[in-house]
Design a protein around this ligand. Sequence first.
Ligand code: SF4
Ligand code: SF4
Length: 438
Amino acid sequence: MPNQQPNYLKGLDYAVLQQCMHCGMCLPTCPTYVETGREKNSPRGRIALMRGVADGELSVTKAFADEMYFCLGCLACSTACPAGVDYTRLFEMARAESERAGVLRSPARNVIRGFTLRFLFTRPRVLRWLGRLLWLHQASGFEAFTRKTGLVKLLPKRLRELEPMAPRVRRRFSHQLIQPVERPAGEARHRVGLLTGCVQDLTFSEVNRDTAEVLLANGCEVVTPPVQGCCGSLHGHNGEWESAKELARRLIDLFEPEKLDAIITNAAGCGSHLKHYDRLLADDPVYAGRAKVWSAKLRDISVWLEETGIRPPASPPEKSAVTYHEACHLCHGQGVTRQPRALLRAIPGLELRELPDSTWCCGSAGIYNITQPEMAQKLLDRKMDRIGETGAAVIASGNPGCTIQIQSGLRQRGLPGHRVVHPVSLLAEAYRRETPAT
Ligand code: SF4
Ligand code: SF4
């Protein structure tokens, strides 16, 4: 049967492919190039390959697709590039083209992708149901039992390696912690929607609750639909372009009737994708205009608080040294660097210790730590070394993937007294320490 999907790289505006002038200024910022020293593992090398495919001089081979998936998608190259190369579009289209060509297909890969991307992550209720099972597995002691008795060794090698990295699933998910509509104590200054995410909902639902509390403390009425789908970032970054579009349409349909001033996300990886719904749906006659409105309203929580004026917590100072890891899709993907620091500096007693190479990828990169474990581990080691240099025991991170990755680094290094926490949770903790007015 002929492949009905569009040819993604050839269909790309040629100006986007032509932007690269081969200056090489991106090279020292590219983690894969710095680790390997190979041109093909650099932004410049990858763009040359993409252009070759778009020009019809190269065909999409397994080697091409492997290279596109070896890229972290961290977008450090976009920040460094003086020509304004739109690397987000390039790498997303290159991966979509790799999937269209089917050069990576294998029975196991097809089953895993079909089950996760097309089935699980398009059905929020099924995902929650699976989350419940995982929680039961972890909380019942069965997980500890399988580790203690060595039963875990019966798993296939790759699953065995991944098992210790499994995030802790929460007992209660976002809809059990946040009412569909919550109002602040005084008169609401704004009405905002809160995105609860998919992985975030299962493994960091308390961060969603903290976000709601911080919004309420800053005079916002918070609207949180209890069943929300995945935003599609996982799909967009992994070549499932059509699924990404469908998931975007569903979220727009869900939030649009609420008449919101802003739509708030607290997950950097999602935010970077959500912000581009206008581009994702630009060719959709029904959704193009609505997606533009969506993108204009979408804010990371730190950006929203800075824009509307953060209320400093009136809590007694509590001394703590915190370092801030910058999630790639917040600093490079959205250009947000100042606002999370402003949020942290608003907390009484908090000492912000700058992290050397704070914008260098930690190796999480969506599912990169699963698909490219060796490179991901090298980047995690580097990140953990830098964290160690700060002497801070609290690491603030605005992305669930980074949090899980750095938590794994803390376990590897035997640092149980350290914790990785979302900046908004630190702010929520400070609000909770406020002395009630007498
Ligand atoms: S996205 Fe990151 S890994 Fe990929 S080419 Fe750019 S800098 Fe390198
Ligand atoms: S910095 Fe930009 S223009 Fe220069 S080589 Fe890298 S991608 Fe191309």
